[in-house]
Design a protein. Structure first.
Length: 187
């Protein structure tokens, strides 16, 4: 990394206001609460200096989340694992259509993913990854592929390392995403 992002975070849990025994779910909740206070959209009407300080603090929070979650994973396992080979009738992978071109569909899925977890843009507008905490904790990968007049979204679910609970099915995660998109309503 370069620039101000190269600054190390001494204790990621302290940055998040959490004890070092915090779980991945607690880390995600703390991140969401801090992001609500520090996000530029929440600072409309503030001075440029206040916004700059908040942006730097939010970058520090995001880095702390990455480090905290990496520390909660097994040291021999990568942060995002290769999806397991599953039989065709398994529900680790599911697709659905969105009647919007990829750029608009990506924005809708990004908003929906923000409502149920912590998204990470990988390749806009075709790939989105993130941590989902509603309906349950898991890693999620969403791939978007253009189709005639719309987009096909494929949702893949992977379990969280060291999580005691089984991950939700891709059908459950896709259902939550669809519900969030529908809640946005027509513009």
């Amino acid at each position: 990394m370069t620039g101000s992002d190269a600054r190390p975070v001494a204790d990621p849990f302290a940055v998040l206001g959490l004890p070092s025994s915090a779980t991945a779910a607690e880390v995600l909740v703390a991140r969401r609460q801090l992001a609500k206070r520090l996000h530029p959209d929440a600072l409309v009407g503030r001075t440029e200096d206040e916004r700059r300080v908040a942006a730097a603090r939010l970058a520090e929070v995001n880095r702390a989340v990455e480090l905290a979650l990496a520390g909660l994973r097994s040291p021999t396992q990568p942060a995002i694992t290769t999806p397991p080979q599953v039989p065709p009738d398994d529900t680790a992978l599911v697709s659905f259509s969105i009647e919007a071109l990829p750029v608009e569909a990506f924005e809708l899925l990004l908003l929906a993913m923000s409502a149920i977890g912590d998204p990470r843009v990988v390749d806009e507008p075709y790939l989105l990854r993130g941590l989902v905490d509603d309906p349950a904790l898991c890693l999620c990968r969403i791939e978007l592929v253009p189709e005639a007049g719309g987009t096909i979204a494929t949702v893949e679910v992977q379990p969280m390392t060291r999580s005691a609970d089984p991950p939700p099915s891709a059908v459950a995660v896709a259902g939550r995403l669809i519900a969030e998109i529908e809640a946005l309503g027509p513009e």
